[in-house]
Design a protein. Structure first.
Length: 277
């Protein structure tokens, strides 16, 4: 009789523990769903909490990225050494080509300056740059953002364009005192006015949540746009200066034209914020 009593006692305790575990899991799931919904609805409360947390944890995020950047740099250096010989041969050939185009560019610059003086051209604005370091990245299937270690104290305000060495990366959207969140061009919520390089067709560059971006609301004849054409910004709306590189026309499908950035947007380590004055 004793074994049966002990067995019944264990079974009762296990059922209570299982019920408590299910309740805890259910509560956590409800909290997670609530936070996700508030985030997707762009709740001001969530935005303020996120910027405050980013400011508070900035030193921790910078410290965590140090070993990761060290390993990444080591891997890149090793690959560069292995490919140095082949790159050296290619660079010699490219050097001759670049000398030719340098002479062409110098001639065009001189001609452009002459035409500007002839037309009494005066620049309407100048741009200053604020350099910042990327301290966190969080791309996903639905959003693409990065965090930089500069904020309102450095003169950054919301919606300012952010670039790297290759071109436009995105725009500042949430600015704290010492940090700011950058919405990448690839994010579903990103919209940027652009123009194609050769056909001069204006459009809106829309993020897709993936590596490629899409041209929407094309003004003119989309069929005149060719694969490989450069895509750059236009100052329509007054938020972004003209002629900042974005990418190239990569593919045409049933829904329109897809644009590929000059490099994966989330790989930037240092960025510059464009400040118009």
């Amino acid at each position: 009789m004793r074994p049966e009593r002990y067995s019944y006692s264990y079974g009762s305790n296990g059922g209570g523990t299982s019920l408590k575990s299910r309740l805890v899991v259910g509560v956590l799931v409800l909290v997670a769903v609530g936070l996700l919904l508030m985030s997707r609805l762009h709740s001001p409360l969530i935005g303020n909490l996120r910027t405050s947390a980013a400011d508070f944890f900035q030193p921790v995020m910078e410290a965590v990225t140090i070993p990761v950047r060290g390993i990444s740099s080591l891997v890149r250096n090793k690959t560069a050494l292995l490919n140095a010989h082949a790159e050296n041969i290619a660079l010699k050939s490219e050097n001759e080509t670049l000398r030719h185009w340098q002479a062409v560019a110098q001639a065009l610059t001189a001609e452009n300056e002459t035409l500007r003086r002839l037309a009494a051209y005066r620049p309407t604005e100048t741009v200053e740059y604020i350099t910042a370091k990327v301290i966190a990245q969080s791309p996903s299937a639905y959003s693409g953002t990065m965090m930089m270690n500069a904020g309102a104290e450095q003169g950054i305000i919301s919606l300012q364009p952010v670039i790297d060495a290759y071109g436009l990366v995105g725009r500042a959207v949430e600015v704290g005192d010492r940090t700011a969140r950058v919405l990448l061009l690839s994010d579903n919520a990103s919209r940027v006015p652009v123009i194609t390089g050769d056909s001069r067709q204006q459009a809106i560059l829309t993020g897709t949540g993936d590596e490629l971006m899409r041209l929407t609301f094309v003004v003119g004849e989309p069929q005149n746009i060719k694969l490989g054409e450069t895509v750059m910004t236009t100052s329509e709306g007054g938020l972004i200066p003209d002629s900042v590189m974005v990418g190239t026309i990569f593919r045409r499908d049933a829904s329109g034209l897809l644009v590929k950035p000059l490099r994966p947007l989330a790989r930037s380590e240092y960025v510059r914020v464009m400040v118009s004055k």
